[in-house]
Design a protein around this ligand. Structure first.
Ligand SMILES: CC(=O)[C@@H](O)[C@H](O)COP(=O)(O)O
Ligand SMILES: NCC(=O)COP(=O)(O)O
Length: 268
């Protein structure tokens, strides 16, 4: 089966069963590219605006303590962009719930906070919460965020462990976000990808049964998203950055080269 066939199959199955999942565009990869130079491009808010104008439902950021991707100074302009021009869009802030992150959340009031158990030394997020071990921490932090009126989502492995997911519910979370990194990593192994989609799907089924809504993210792409969305009809939102930014570069490259050739004086 070719990539395009798989895409259409996934879409057809989903159309009959569910609302489309909302797309939140993760701006971290754009910020990382911007941070290579002390220059304001590519513009994080400018590309956020383009994403929202194109119909994205929201913008996601994962500000890390060392500010290697999103800088803390990006947060105010992103909040202002949404409030000023896209009042129906949502701001989703992801991060480990240390005091610095919680203060940023209190200042910028995202519609959704996604708590991720990542260590500052990690290159990127690579696992969900150990709900049994971190129950106390999550109880305190989720309570604090819910008191602000924010929706809280907890990053979760695609492991269909009902007792663990029940803890996510008990500590007061509204949603889980399925960590889809291993699924995204199977781009060259359709059999394993199918098995992982099924495990993610069983995890989502349990979460929904417990009263949790379900988001998903990490290494999702145009190629792997339809099959996952077809298996999880309740999928509320996906946040996508790396694959989406890669596609934006690829699909924008030809026109950009023409613009630069014109700037060189060629009649293009
Ligand atoms: C929570 C998560 O899955 C991550 O994907 C993360 O938010 C992506 O950001 P980075 O690309 O900066 O690791
Ligand atoms: N919340 C997950 C997320 O934003 C995924 O980002 P990426 O892996 O697509 O860069």
């Amino acid at each position: 089966m070719r990539e395009g066939d798989r895409l259409e199959l996934g879409q057809a199955n989903r159309e009959e069963t569910a609302m489309p999942a909302k797309l939140s565009v993760n701006l971290n990869a754009i910020a990382m590219l911007r941070n290579r130079r002390d220059l304001p491009w590519p513009s994080v808010t400018g590309l956020g605006r383009i994403a929202l104008e194109a119909g994205a439902s929201g913008l996601t950021v994962h500000p890390r303590p060392d500010q290697r991707h999103i800088r803390f100074s990006d947060l105010g302009p992103i909040r202002a962009l949404i409030d000023g021009s896209f009042p129906d869009a949502e701001f989703n802030m992801e991060g480990y719930p240390e005091e610095g992150f919680l203060r940023l959340v209190e200042e910028h009031r995202p519609e959704q906070v996604t708590l991720v158990p990542d260590d500052p030394a990690q290159a990127t997020s690579d696992h969900g919460w150990d709900f049994r071990k971190e129950r106390k921490l999550l109880e305190v932090v989720v309570g604090r965020l819910k008191a602000l009126g924010l929706r809280v989502s907890l990053f979760a492995d695609g492991t269909p462990d009902r007792d663990a997911l029940a803890i996510a519910r008990e500590v007061g979370a509204d949603r889980i976000e399925l960590y889809t990194g291993p699924y995204g990593g199977c781009f060259d192994d359709p059999v394993r990808a199918g098995q992982l989609a099924e495990e993610l799907g069983r995890t989502a089924d349990i979460a929904v049964d417990l009263g949790l809504a379900v988001n998903a993210g990490h290494d999702l792409t145009v190629a792997n998203l339809p099959a996952l969305a077809a298996r999880i009809p309740a999928l509320a939102e996906v946040s996508i950055g790396h694959g989406l930014t890669a596609d934006a570069l690829e699909y924008g490259m030809a026109e950009t080269v023409r613009r630069f050739r014109r700037a060189c004086g060629e009649a293009v």
